[in-house]
Design a protein around this ligand. Structure first.
Ligand SMILES: [Ca+2]
Ligand SMILES: [Ca+2]
Length: 104
């Protein structure tokens, strides 16, 4: 399931098209599983040593920023079974607006 988006980089130039991908919240490394590797991946994003084409997947608490609180949200899921916000536990599109950009 893909959705076609259009952005214009230049007001007088051609449009650039790309596909926004569905994602699973908390699956920061996008391997289809939530595990310790996602915690490491989010830590590396916070530390600025990693780049992601789908920051929404690392935004585990869906507050629009990648922070230590996302690690807390994942720990709460692992330790207490507290569900993450959609899209979870199925892949889907972001239900809330933020500045993280689309998942590519
Ligand atoms: Ca994962
Ligand atoms: Ca967050």
């Amino acid at each position: 399931m893909f959705f076609l988006l259009s952005i214009s980089l230049f007001s007088c130039g051609p449009d650039v098209y790309f596909y926004e991908s569905p994602f699973l919240r908390g699956d920061a490394n996008r391997d289809g599983m939530l595990d310790e590797i996602d915690l490491q991946y989010i830590s590396e994003l916070i530390g600025g040593v990693r780049f992601s084409l789908c920051q929404d997947s690392a935004d585990a608490n869906d507050d629009g920023v990648i922070s230590e609180e996302d690690l807390d949200a994942l720990h709460n899921y692992f330790d207490e079974g507290l569900a993450l916000k959609p899209p979870f536990p199925q892949y889907g599109m972001d239900q809330t607006k933020d500045d993280l950009g689309p998942c590519l």
